[in-house]
Design a protein around this ligand. Structure first.
Ligand code: CS2
Length: 495
């Protein structure tokens, strides 16, 4: 059996594989990261690795999984080391990342995690737990006190389960120790992620102890971020291919596109690594960057994922290889999502959109439409519904936005175009399926979906233009399928 990647074996890596040239042992842990998925390992951890390579310093990462022991089992035996495979149209570059020094699974010892959060050395707690990890209502941005993990955490504040519960426990322990709070750095694809997280923590704290809530309000910092890099889930085929090149087995491998971007609000409670030296952009207001990214990149991604999946395409690159779908994505950005944006100063909108088309088409990435289709109920509001609301306010056409919503509904119904079952992953999956089944015909189905208040606010739900456009699109998807519907939409739009 091939040996595992680790400090002891990495000396044997081939020369073409980059690896940490700094003394990992000398770097103390200053960041706790909650949600140690592939995205963090291919994004923030890489920026931090660059900084450690330049300056050393106490900014190494303690990575924590909240959901299961899998990542811990992949990384702990490797001393936190893993490989980043950067795949562009021209090939693949491999680099071993050393920034993650400790890896744990929260549920195994919640007390130990709280202690780590409370330790004065912990200056930043960064977060990538995906949309659903925030235990909030996506349409309103408010905490769901009835969420099972939140009720659990209110009853067991010393042994929490949820992201807000752990953050609050860490803050509580720091306050008790007379220390200042850490900075809470949300790196999830949520609108105003810093402000959103702050609101949720304050709501939870207020339910427990108004004094704690007031202290957090005054002292804690929640900078917003815009994060961008396409990082598909790693497959066994990826690991086998890397093993051939590395000569070592790496269970923690992550695969990403070459592009990466990180925009961070300059608002930290207790220092930060000089991430700008690794290419991050430090700004006063992240909102225009974030909106541009969520509405163009993620909006098109969801559009392509639902329509592409229904059309039988396995990956985004496969979907983009179909000229009609590519034109639809371009038209979506040009005519519907793009015009809603307040652009960041100096932004090159045309260049950005053109780059997105190329990034989606990257044949080196096997980004499954099914993966992006996941958790639609949590994603739609910021990706599509913000643009929709604005277009409706402006009296502007919403054809493609409505088609995207209809494709999500069709997908969430749980059966593909050949009648095969779809493995719909979504916290609301059971309800979505039931609403679809109860609707019988498209008008009734759309009526039912618009009534899901976690996704559609009352104003959107009541808009007759939205209802009519989504119903017509769903009717076409049901009667003619995704490909024919896309072709007809392009014809109508004269693209
Ligand atoms: C994707 C994102 O899975 C998804 O829903 O749209 O993960 C996307 O790849 C990233 O946001 C790109 O930065």
């Amino acid at each position: 059996m091939t040996k595992r990647l680790s400090e002891a074996t990495r000396g044997a890596l081939p020369r073409e594989v980059a690896q940490p040239a700094y003394d990992r042992a000398a770097c103390g842990i200053g960041i706790v990261h909650l949600g140690l998925g592939a995205f963090h390992r291919a994004h923030q951890a890489v920026y931090t690795d660059d900084i450690l390579a330049k300056h050393s310093g106490d900014w190494a990462i303690h990575g924590v999984s909240l959901r299961g022991p899998g990542v811990r089992d992949q990384l702990a035996p490797q001393g936190g080391l893993y490989t980043l495979a950067e795949r562009g149209p021209e090939g693949e570059a491999l680099r071993v990342i050393g920034a993650v020094k400790a890896v744990t699974f929260a549920a195994e010892s919640p007390e130990a995690l709280i202690q780590r959060l409370a330790a004065p050395q912990t200056r930043i707690v960064s977060i990538t737990v995906t949309e659903k990890g925030y235990c909030h209502d996506p349409a309103s941005g408010k905490l769901r006190p009835e969420h099972p993990d939140i009720t659990h955490d209110l009853a067991n504040p010393g042994r929490p389960r949820s992201l807000p519960g752990f953050l609050l426990a860490g803050l509580r322990a720091r306050r008790a120790a007379g220390a200042k709070p850490f900075t809470l750095l949300s790196c999830d694809n949520l609108p105003h992620n810093g402000r959103l997280l702050r609101g949720l923590i304050l709501e939870l704290a207020a339910l427990e102890d108004p004094g704690l809530a007031a202290w957090i309000e005054d002292e804690a910092r929640f900078p917003a971020t815009m994060i961008d890099r396409i990082v598909p889930a790693t497959t066994e085929a990826d690991r086998a291919r890397a093993e051939e090149r590395l000569g070592l087995r790496d269970e923690g491998l992550v695969v990403a596109e070459p592009f990466t971007q990180w925009v961070i609000e300059e608002d930290f409670a207790d220092g930060r690594p000089p991430w700008e030296e690794a290419g991050a952009e430090m700004v006063r207001d992240v909102a225009p960057y974030e909106e541009m990214k969520l509405r163009l990149l993620n909006g098109s991604h969801s559009l392509l994922a639902y329509l592409g999946y229904l059309a039988g395409y396995e990956t985004v690159a496969d979907t983009m290889a179909d000229a009609d779908f590519r034109r639809l994505a371009k038209c979506f950005m040009d005519r519907e999502a793009g015009p809603t944006l307040k652009l960041p100063a100096g932004a090159d909108l045309e260049g950005y959109k053109a780059a997105l088309i190329e990034r989606f088409a990257n044949p080196g990435l096997q980004h499954r439409t099914w993966q992006i289709a996941m958790d639609g109920s949590q994603k739609l509001p910021q990706r599509l519904l913000g643009s929709l609301r604005q277009r409706l306010d402006d009296g502007a056409p919403i054809d493609i936005l409505a088609l995207a919503v209809a494709a999500w509904i069709r997908y969430a119904g749980g059966q593909d175009e050949s009648g095969r079952e779809i493995d719909v992953r979504d916290p609301l999956a059971a309800r979505l399926g039931a609403v679809y089944a109860a609707g019988a015909a498209p008008a009734g189905i759309v009526e039912g979906f618009l009534g899901i208040s976690e996704v559609f606010d009352a104003e959107l739900a009541a808009d007759p233009r939205l209802r009519a456009a989504v119903t017509a699109a769903l009717q076409s998807l049901v009667d003619h399928g995704s490909r024919a519907t896309v072709a007809a939409a392009l014809q109508r739009l004269e693209v």
